[in-house]
Design a protein around this ligand. Structure first.
Ligand SMILES: [Zn+2]
Length: 195
């Protein structure tokens, strides 16, 4: 099937988002050491880590299904779209669960060489290291959930779930260039001329 670049990006983005939601439905619900449900054990630390789980496990599923031939496309495109998705959604802020999860992934990936920032301030995925980083982060989050280790989750949140200065200055450049964070559609009966 031959599709335009815009259609391709939308398909990749859709797959990543869809499998994010699928990943929420799977995974560890109860701790493996008798502490009870992960949600109850991690308390206020639960939501943001669960968003991080869905992000990274969703991507893990995409890459696994691709290897099995159940999905079409090039894994490099899915990885690049995932990275672009992090840079897009952090512009909505890093205070809430999704934003914190994004920043955990960003900082973890940077530390593990899954992407590089060029001298020109551009972000480039390292396809060789990306898969390993994805697997390692998946393992880390699932282990935290399985152990219901709230203190460890708090520590990770403090250390890694924030916007680093360098990224913040790159995000500021987008604002200066007038690139909108979101698109607002004019909708409603009056727009359609039905009022
Ligand atoms: Zn989610």
């Amino acid at each position: 099937m031959k599709v335009s670049k815009v259609t391709l990006v939308l398909m990749l983005f859709f797959a990543n988002v869809m499998f994010h939601e699928v990943a929420h439905g799977l995974g560890i619900k109860s701790t493996i050491n008798g502490k009870g449900f992960v949600r109850e054990t991690l308390q206020e630390q639960y939501s943001w880590l669960e968003e991080g789980k869905a992000d990274i496990l969703g991507l893990y599923m995409v890459s696994s299904l691709l290897k099995k031939g159940e999905l079409e496309g090039d894994i490099k495109d899915y990885y690049t779209t995932f990275m672009a998705g992090i840079l897009r959604s952090v512009r909505f802020g890093a205070g809430q669960a999704h934003g914190k999860a994004n920043m955990l992934c960003f900082n973890f990936f940077q530390k593990n060489g899954a992407f590089e920032r060029t001298a020109a301030g551009r972000y480039k995925v390292n396809y060789l290291k990306f898969e390993q980083a994805m697997n390692d982060l998946s393992r880390k989050i699932l282990t935290l959930q399985g152990n219901g280790d709230k203190a460890a989750v708090e520590k990770i949140q403090k250390e890694m779930a924030h916007v680093p200065d360098e990224l913040q200055s790159d995000l500021d450049r987008l604002i200066k260039k007038g690139i909108p964070v979101d698109v607002m559609f004019e909708q409603g009966l009056s727009v359609l001329g039905l009022e």
